[in-house]
Design a protein around this ligand. Structure first.
Ligand code: NAP
Length: 253
């Protein structure tokens, strides 16, 4: 069972564990130029030994205002100027933050949670498409809910986000039941099209205005192969409207 926890990075956790002295030295540099340090440290520690440049480098989360986003974004733009990175993007940003970045340099990509059960950023994603900002939908399978693999009886560890302890979660009491009902209504459409529930969810995702790609997580090679085939699924306008009518029931009341 995969356990989902936000705010942790395997890469950084490993680095913190083996290099506490480097962290201490780094912290001194961080005090002098925090934004530049934040964007250069992962590059120096991880990327440089492995590749000449990164194709896409994204800022994972806004930092809650500790460092003005303009400073961080300017430092990321510096990585492009230095030839270390080709494109730069953000994740979990709202329109206001993206516009503040755009004033400095184009935002090439947005990685945002977006699925048939998580529609909150639909307008933002459409707008990004109009700006020439590519959008990568994350958790497009709603953490597995949209695949049919999770039912009313499924139980998760307390620390797993799917335990539904967070009120705004897709798995919060009440919300989870409503979402499972929506998944049940979506099932006949997938059956009619001769595709799996996961393929239908991914195909729907990449057909949405603004979406460039959907990043599905899996530790199962068969799932990965089957999910990849969703890229070849064409959904016509009538099917998209039908699916939209069903998923609109998932929106919070
Ligand atoms: N930018 C951010 O802040 C952020 C936050 C969260 C996630 N992400 C990214 O988004 C990616 C995907 O999100 P996610 O993994 O959270 O959620 P997801 O892709 O919506 O769902 C993953 C879950 O669906 C199951 N699954 C996948 N394909 C399946 C299939 N064909 N049949 C049955 N079950 C299937 C997986 O189990 P199996 O392993 O059994 O297939 C896993 O439990 C992650 O890899 C991560 O890189 C980014």
């Amino acid at each position: 069972m995969i356990r989902y926890r936000f705010g942790q990075s395997d890469l950084l956790r490993t680095r913190f564990a083996i290099a506490p002295l480097m962290e201490l030295i780094g912290a001194v540099y961080a005090l002098r130029d925090p934004a530049r340090y934040l964007v250069h440290r992962p590059w120096a520690e991880w990327a440089r030994p492995r590749t000449e440049h990164l194709d896409l480098y994204q800022l994972h989360w806004p930092d809650g205002g500790r460092i003005p986003v303009e400073e961080t974004w300017a430092a990321m733009a510096g990585l492009v100027d230095d030839g270390l990175v080709r494109f730069i993007g953000v994740s979990n940003f709202d329109r206001d933050l993206i516009e503040r970045c755009q004033a400095i340099r184009h935002v090439d990509s947005l990685q945002q949670e977006f699925s048939m059960l998580e529609l909150r950023d639909r307008d933002l994603i459409r707008w990004c498409g109009e700006q020439g900002t590519g959008v990568l939908s994350y958790s497009p399978l709603a953490f597995g809910l949209l695949t049919g693999a999770i039912g009313p009886e499924s139980r998760f560890d307390r620390e797993d986000v799917r335990a539904g302890r967070d009120e705004g979660s897709l798995f919060a009491p009440g919300t989870r039941e409503r979402n499972l009902a929506v998944v049940g209504s979506l099932r006949p459409v997938a059956e009619r099209l001769g595709i799996t529930l996961a393929q239908r969810a991914l195909a729907w995702n990449v057909h949405q205005p603004g979406v460039t790609a959907a990043i599905a997580g899996s530790r199962n090679p068969d799932h990965v192969r089957s999910n990849a085939a969703a890229g070849d699924v064409e959904l016509d306008d009538a099917t998209l409207s039908e699916l939209d009518a069903i998923v609109s029931r998932a929106a919070p009341a």
